[in-house]
Design a protein. Structure first.
Length: 93
């Protein structure tokens, strides 16, 4: 019985400390569309297109050539940085 209780406590501790997705405070502007407090991987098109990206968050964002943050990295933007590149999705670090 004691082992089972300790096992449950251990699992609960892992769940409580597991990393979770968080929203980056601020916004990302992509071709004029504003995405407020973006989270995880932001889909902006179904395939590579020209993108004007403005990072108004407090974290790094990475532009990928394909949806679901796959393919080649086409740009890495620091906070408050802008770039024109090609891509289909943006990862919020």
């Amino acid at each position: 019985m004691m082992r089972a209780a300790l096992g449950v406590l251990a699992v609960m501790g892992m769940i409580a400390t597991a990393p979770t997705a968080f929203a980056a405070p601020g916004s990302i502007v992509v071709n004029g569309s504003v995405y407020r407090d973006p989270v995880s991987c932001l889909q902006v098109s179904g395939g590579p297109i020209y993108l004007a990206v403005e990072n108004h968050t407090d974290t790094i964002v990475i532009v990928y050539s394909w949806p679901w943050c796959r393919g080649e990295v086409t740009a890495v933007l620091a906070p408050n940085q802008s770039a024109t590149t090609t891509g289909a999705s943006i990862q919020i670090s």
